[in-house]
Design a protein. Sequence first.
Length: 396
Amino acid sequence: MFDPFSQQGAGELNVLKRHLQSTVLTLLDRNTSQREIHRLTGVDRKTIRRYQALRAGAEANSPGEVTTGSVSADGQIPPPRPPAFGTSEATVTSSLARSACEAHRTWIEEQVRLKRNAQAIYQDLVDQFGFPSSYQSVKRFVRRLRHADPEQFDRLEFLPGEEAQVDYGEGARNSYYAARPAPIGSQVVVRIYTTTIEIRDRHTRALLRVHSRMAHPGSVVLPTSERPFNPSRQTAVLLASAERIGPQTRALCQQVFDTEGRPGQRAMWGIVGLGRKYPARLVEQACAHAIDNRIYRYKHVRATVERLFEQAIEQVGVTPQPASPLTQDHPLIRTPAEYGDLFSRAVRRDADDNGRQAEAHDDHATAIRARVACATPANSGATSAPAAPSHLKLET
């Protein structure tokens, strides 16, 4: 049967899917017009003409009559039969032996086990070995290898919880471990033993890292050379929040970042969060204590703040001592007779002051009346003209 992929110059052809190729070729065998084929299949007329030209060239170069299959009673050409799946190992081996990739068979098999595609394998063959053949040759070779050597699965037996599959960057058993050279964001397999933890590649099971198993949750096992120390926007936000609590909190957060890098931002979030739950002065005291003792851990700061807070609550909750009962007998308390004599003398002094003030007021009033009498003229029997009004000036 005619195959457009096997014809020379097919690289310039707009390759259709297999079912469209079969449909177009069948309609061409029936002498269907290009317009009708375009209407039925939606294939461009230029593509139909190219398939028709390639088919005509293949028939002209064929030594005998081209057999396209038996025609059924209703005039339809049946589709070609699918290839048999019972290909023997000898057939596959002989077909691989004729390939130009056979010289690099061992290397290609290793790349196939690593789940690499044919395009990547072909590019490495050209770059590393100067492979002279085409990509299609590598593609066919890889396809046959995968068909002859199906995917293998290793049966691994572990107790429940001893092996887990996690994303790179996530923790295992509440701790964090370095997984390089695995790419960031990829998934790895973690095998947890009594004292160690193994990190392996998800596909090849190749060993990537071995770490000592950490007993404290929240631990970060990451070498200093792999820690990022360049500050981010999140770092600036944390330091600004610590500055609002106080200078000691700001200094402690800066020291944590300088020591641990970006992984230390988890501890910085915890320290800053203490300011929303406890008074700022207590957080400042706890941070100052941590700086003095060079303990740059969030748990230590939290424990110190909680202890200071409990002490403050205890001081506020102390019950005051009851006042002593009233008494009449004390060296500082005088006798009632002395208080009575004091009150009597005070009353007599007030009475004497009031008497002197009254006498002074009476003498002043008598003087005023005398002055008024001296200023008024005596009455005579003769009638005289009314005297001019006199203006009296009273002196008080």
